[in-house]
Design a protein around this ligand. Sequence first.
Ligand code: ZN
Length: 317
Amino acid sequence: MNNQSRFPILFLNPVLKQMVWGGSRLHTDFGYEPEADNLGECWGIAAHSNGDSVLKNLEFSGMTLSKLWKEKPEFFGKYDTEQFPLLIKIIDAKSDLSIQVHPDDAYAQKNENGALGKMECWYIIDCPEDAVLVAGHNAETAEELKEMVHNGKWDELIRKIPIQKGDFIQIDPGTVHAITAGCLILETQQNSDITYRLYDYGRMVDGKPRELHIRQSLDVIQVPAKSAKDSVLKTGDLPKNQLNQLISCQYYTVYKLNVSGKCSISHNESFLNMSVLEGSGIVDSISIKKGDHFIIPADYGTIELEGELEIIASDAK
Ligand code: ZN
């Protein structure tokens, strides 16, 4: 397809979410509005009833991504799902998030009015020195898990894994997990908002504890957990100017792309989500900078990029 007839790159206005655990970096580091000290999540590429990105492109001005998905399926390639399949977020945790777990598709469809389950993965944009994340647990059997949960043996149960800036972690459904204070993360996930809260450190919000979902958590937690050493991928030394695959699972493939100078990327068949985490530059003569989220349509042909850019990209299966 030549430059005149191909579909345009789709630029999106993110949806910002204020959270009790949020911070100010989504405004100060990424320039998102509003300015607030409790911005927890930027839904950069989202087509969900709890947050729907609005297109910036003049020709689709005011249209949401979920509407575009329905009205222009040719932009996205061959998908038969009613919903846009993925959700891309940047998360700023000023304090620890509650310890949680997500169901898989089968459990969510049966117990959550036909909703999708949630597979997710995290790219660590920034974190404190000696940071740890919660990923997995230490119970060997379902009985042991139940016993530890009901007796509040959280320190014994919860598995913490050390992380550094640039690490990448896949969180399967059924994995106990939590983002910790000081972490700035790009999350690529199935388009779902179903979370079961297992433990909230006994904290009070407006004078009362937040709701827990112990029964559902025990239903869906995988026992034993996946080994800790299989959980974290280091991305420090990846080659520049190419799509480096970080993970491929049944729902998505996630790539890291470090642009330095000029580069040409070829990606066809499906659409490609892109989020700029660092730097500035140009994509096919359009200026882009840190904090921008856009979608390259399916069958776009060669994508020309220029500048110094750190990008996380993804496509859907
Ligand atoms: Zn999660």
